[in-house]
Design a protein around this ligand. Sequence first.
Ligand SMILES: N[C@@H](CCC(=O)N[C@@H](CS)C(=O)NCC(=O)O)C(=O)O
Length: 299
Amino acid sequence: MKVVKELSACGGKLIKLSHDSISTKTRMNVNVYLPKQYYAQDFPRDRRIPTVVYLSGLTCTPDNASEKAFWQFQADKYGFAMVFPDTSPRGDKVANDPEGSWDFGQGAGFYVNATQDPYAPHYQMYDYVHKELPQTLDAHFNGNGVAKLDFQDDVAITGHSMGGFGAICGYLKGYAERKYKSCSAFAPIVNPSNVPWGQKAFGGYLGDERTQWQAYDPCALIKNVKHVNDDKILIHVGDADPFLEEHLKPELLLEAVKATSWEDHVQVKKVHGFDHSYYFVSTFVPEHAEFHAKNLGLI
Ligand SMILES: N[C@@H](CCC(=O)N[C@@H](CS)C(=O)NCC(=O)O)C(=O)O
């Protein structure tokens, strides 16, 4: 891993990193925010700082949320680090949307492992985000014998739109092993198999066989994952979101959990007047931060 830039932000630092990924076979960029606790001289040696992973939406790089979601203030308040991965592999040799649209291909990897050519060689974003990246960050930041940051055990996941889908999908797929201790989402695509953005992405990356799509679709996954403890998935969506009716459809997740162990454990807060932008995301980041801080045992 190479540090590209270190920027002072709030009480800590935003570290811009890049590395050669084994999963995507490309160079990947990732931003990490280290909160003020990381730099505090009196931070207890026997404690590790947990992380919140934020998966971004269509067209984003690691910079969109780093610059516009204002997670850094919350990370300092509660004492967690933030990880902002990229949304796809990139580069001249990486296949892109044949139509040149922004809802598929580079900037739109959908956090799945593609099985179809020409996408399969590089679009392995599920393995990248949920397996390779935590290990790589662990080796980079904790490789000096001082294990101060926790990228693999006490970890929460959240995301926006395509990234909200990626967060819920990763949370549910890793639920039995408690991979993530907490999950939330901003304006997520909850049922990709049944909406145009998801159908285009799953068709392209996973092929026409729709049974293959179920392995990533939150509305299918949640029916086969046994809910435990007081776990809850927190979702916000704006009622003025232009993508709400066609692509997001949060009510489909509420329908999917009816009569399952998750009934009453998925909370969708529809907020009046908010759209899909980072004005919406940043408004509700404090509530999501408090939710994750509680679930990570920080408060
Ligand atoms: N670029 C698209 C919009 C795509 C979009 O809204 N992307 C969301 C995630 S799904 C986003 O976060 N965009 C980047 C930003 O707002 O900074 C357009 O031209 O309409």
